[in-house]
Design a protein around this ligand. Structure first.
Ligand code: ADP
Length: 638
């Protein structure tokens, strides 16, 4: 037999293992659930391979055994097994989904530690695969033989710094995971304890989970019985009324690693052009892998006539529906379908279409009937709905009705486009929004003054992508969707004309001041004009009609730092005493050097009043101090 080889765990695994070993997590049962899930996955893979390679067909089973004297617990499967490299890769590094997401979550929780997040809670939320074995064991041995390989390998570790790999004997293809159970965990060697965990968490696993144990026969003699501990009933094929909520929830956990309850469950069977049965769950929490940019497609399992095909079927649902997990069991697809055949498959496209339709209609129903639950869901997954608006043109109309926004007139509430549109006063012709970082900054924006007076509502876009989404939509109920900080605002004819005339007259009366400001601020603004949107403030900044807003510019700059800068338009309020005073000063002495200082200050305060940052705060402060000094000196007659 070849020499044993000692290998170091990758650093993150060492951290993870130390967490597991020192874990006092209350729900210890999960380690067994995780090992059984891995065994079932391995059989899924082997069974899939056996569809095209009949040599691999066998009597699939997961076998659990325990040896109370040696204090060992073994979970064995006759699935795909691993070769040497896979052993090192899978059980020594952190390349795979669940565990990686878990460690990211631990890192994040640590960063935000002042919030008191307990990393051990995260074990509960995730289930962390194989390594959770070290919660219950001080040594773990994995013996495995891959289909087609003539050698078997033994991986062994105490979960500290390293593991060893040695060749070993294993006649069967598959994997045996043996736990040397810690003294305080010996209850896990007991058949009844094991069987209750299996029933609770793994009942729906489609392969028999068997264990031999001793029972008394009718004469009181000990006899050995080999029991199948799970019912193996495919949960999606059972009548809904016969499945308990708890069973559904465990199945959801099995699929998603989310130990909470799903937001919604959808049982959906299709007949006709495409026949399938499906059991779907709308997630309750954003999976951590999503937050780190990894799209997790592995939560939606494709079966064909009860045979697991893949957990990564391209096009089974649109990408943005990552919040959907579950099972789709098709009756039309061929059993021996390959990955290549799944790509661009018209049957899959049909299934996708009807699943998408169903999920969207469930969401619409939830929005209508369970508003608060929908809002909770939206807070987690709103971004994906928005992605859908952008990506899924064919369903855009349905998706846009699922969007929620803050708005000026509804503090503390979220509203839909429909609600906004239905509540518009007859005098309002367009749908308005304003985007920014915080509600507080938006509420005080000068751009809103005239709209407030007219009792128009304004959507507040606090998520940077909202503006892109609304520009994708363009129009809702035939009403143009527009930024109040861009182009012109359209008021009712009754006042629009007056406002226009007033602005025109102001432009004529103040031509010299406007020309001066244009010159003085030529590096900063594109134009200076009189405004119809201001009632109080002296001025505000708006984007030109077809230019991107400040918010969009920020995003464009983040994507490409060479993105062009767009200057904005300075709009003045003719009724404001400051503007009037500047006009008088300018008329008196157009050469007064204070005028250009005031022009700069005017511009900077416009930026500040919309919640922005002035480009040179030191100069701004200096100018303000000078102004205050002059004013005070005048007051005290100095
Ligand atoms: P996850 O299941 O989230 O990928 P685990 O830590 O549970 O993470 O397992 C790591 C990897 O080790 C699995 O992805 C799989 O490739 C492999 N593995 C674990 N258990 C088995 C098994 N019983 N048979 C074959 N491969 C296994």
């Amino acid at each position: 037999m070849a020499n044993s080889e000692n290998l170091q765990f990758k650093a993150e695994i060492q951290q993870l293992l130390s967490l597991m070993i020192h874990s006092i997590y209350s729900n210890k049962d999960i380690f067994l659930r995780e090992l059984i899930a891995n065994a079932a996955d391995a059989i899924d893979k082997a069974r899939f391979l056996s569809l095209t390679n009949p040599d691999l067909v066998r009597d699939w089973e997961i076998r659990i055994s325990s040896d109370p004297a040696a204090k060992t617990l073994t979970v064995a499967d006759n699935g795909v097994g691993m070769d040497r490299d896979e052993l090192v890769q899978n059980l020594g590094t952190i390349a795979h989904s669940g565990t990686k997401a878990f460690m990211e979550a631990v890192r994040k929780a640590k960063e935000a530690d002042n919030k008191g997040t307990d990393t051990l809670d995260l074990i509960g939320q995730f289930g962390v695969g194989f390594y959770s074995a070290f919660m219950a064991a001080d040594k773990v041995v994995v013996e495995t033989r891959k289909a087609g390989a003539d050698k078997a390998y033994r991986w062994e570790s105490d979960g500290k710094e390293s593991f060893t790999i040695t060749e070993c004997d294993l006649s069967e293809i598959g994997t045996r995971v043996t736990l040397f159970v810690k003294d305080e965990y010996t209850e896990y060697l007991d058949y009844w304890k094991i069987s209750s965990i299996v029933k609770k968490y793994s009942d729906f696993i489609e392969y028999p989970i068997r264990m031999k144990h001793t029972v008394k026969d009718k004469d009181g003699k000990d006899i050995e019985e080999d029991s199948t501990m799970n019912s193996m009933k495919a949960i999606w094929l059972r009548p809904e009324s016969e499945v308990t909520e708890e069973e559904f929830n465990h199945f959801y956990t099995y699929l998603t690693q989310d130990y909470g309850k799903p937001t919604k469950r959808i049982s959906f069977n299709a007949e006709g052009a495409s026949e399938f049965k499906s059991l779907l769950f709308l997630a309750a929490h954003m999976p951590f892998n999503f937050q780190f940019g990894m799209k997790n497609k592995k939560n939606l399992h494709l079966y064909v006539k009860r045979v697991f095909i893949t957990d990564d079927c391209p096009g089974l649902l649109p990408e943005y529906m990552g919040f959907v997990s579950g099972v789709v069991d098709s009756s039309d697809l061929p059993l021996n379908i390959s990955r290549e055949m799944l790509q661009d498959n018209p049957q899959i496209a049909r299934i996708c279409k009807s699943l998408t339709k169903r999920v969207l209609s469930e969401l619409a129903k939830m929005l209508a009937n369970e508003r608060s639950a929908y809002e909770t869901f939206y807070k987690e997954f709103g971004r994906m709905i928005k992605e859908g608006v952008h990506m899924d043109y064919s369903n855009r109309e349905k998706l846009q009705d699922l969007l929620l926004f803050e708005s000026m007139n509804h503090p503390g509430k979220l509203i839909t486009l429909k609600e906004y549109s239905d509540a518009m006063p007859a005098t309002q012709k367009e749908i308005y929004y304003l985007s920014g970082d915080t509600r507080e900054a938006l509420e005080n924006s000068p751009q809103l003054e005239m709209l407030k007076k007219q009792n128009f509502d304004v959507l507040f876009l606090l998520d940077p992508v909202d503006e892109f989404v609304l520009s994708d939509i363009g129009k809702y109920a035939d009403r143009e969707i527009k930024s109040v900080a861009s182009g012109e605002v359209k008021f009712d004819e009754s006042i629009q004309k007056d406002l226009e005339e007033k602005a025109k007259k102001a432009a004529e009366d103040n031509k010299s001041l406007v020309d001066f400001l244009k010159k003085a601020l030529e590096n900063k603004v594109k134009d200076v004009r009189f405004s119809s949107r201001l009632t109080e403030s002296p001025c505000c900044l708006v984007s030109d009609k077809f230019d991107p807003s400040v918010n969009m510019q920020k995003i464009l700059k983040a994507m490409d730092k060479n993105a062009p800068d767009y200057k904005r338009i300075l709009e003045l309020n003719a009724d404001n005493p400051l503007i009037q005073a500047m006009k008088t000063l300018h008329d008196k002495n157009p050469e007064d050097p204070k005028l250009s200082e005031y022009a700069e200050l005017l511009y900077d305060q416009a930026i500040i009043s919309e919640g922005g940052l002035v480009s040179d705060p030191v100069v701004f402060a200096k100018r303000t101090i000078e102004l205050m000094t002059n004013s005070i000196q005048k007051d005290i007659g100095a």
